[in-house]
Design a protein around this ligand. Sequence first.
Ligand code: ADP
Ligand code: AMP
Length: 217
Amino acid sequence: MRVVLVGPPGAGKGTQAQFVASHLSIPKISTGDIFRDNVSHGTALGRRAQAYMERGDLVPDEVTIAMVTDRLQDDDTQAGFLLDGFPRTVPQAETLKKMLSAWETRLDVVLELVVDDDEVVRRLSGRRTCRRCGRVWHALFDPPAHVDACDDCGGQLFQRDDDREQTIRHRLEVYQEQTSPLVAFYADEGILLGIDATGPVDEITERALSALRRFNR
Ligand code: ADP
Ligand code: AMP
């Protein structure tokens, strides 16, 4: 199955992606994770992306599209994939559509996670991420047993540089301006499905999986 998760920063895309992708036995491809990995390893791609990410701006389309095009050609995507954080602009969505069509395939469903801005700010200001396995926690809503360590792998937790209140507000504006038009784009394609992304994580996973079942061709 070929799935895209869309929603504002903090909607829970990464959180749901890890459960949904593992349930469907498809790889989760998170552009934010790939960029952060490149930044922490000081690669040329990371050096290009870093300043945009710190400001809460989008990395330019040509850089992002080149990276995703490469990743989608890996063997593990044959049976499908779950994209978390891509596409984020209409040109990215158009390029993805053309790319898949050249490979004689297409997206099955775009799942929109719907939450309001106040909830996003509450979620992002408490977000903690594991440096080793990438698992996402929340200091209050989903706390690990020890403040600084990941329960899953023991890795060290960190707070993202772009999760400061001012940058969060800017990222929400960027979402409204550049990413929210994707909702209409995919509604026109007839593959958009919105779900309420508030409430306990496992209930949202169940909502997501039952929504996906309806689209599984
Ligand atoms: P996104 O990938 O959309 O930016 P994340 O999955 O990283 O969002 O989630 C942002 C923060 O919100 C994380 O700290 C996560 O633990 C927390 N979170 C995710 N889902 C929920 C939920 N249903 N209720 C409360 N907090 C949540
Ligand atoms: P995320 O982890 O999805 O919140 O992404 C973190 C940051 O990475 C974003 O604020 C952008 O700077 C960058 N990024 C991730 N995905 C994309 C994308 N599809 N297009 C442009 N920039 C992106």
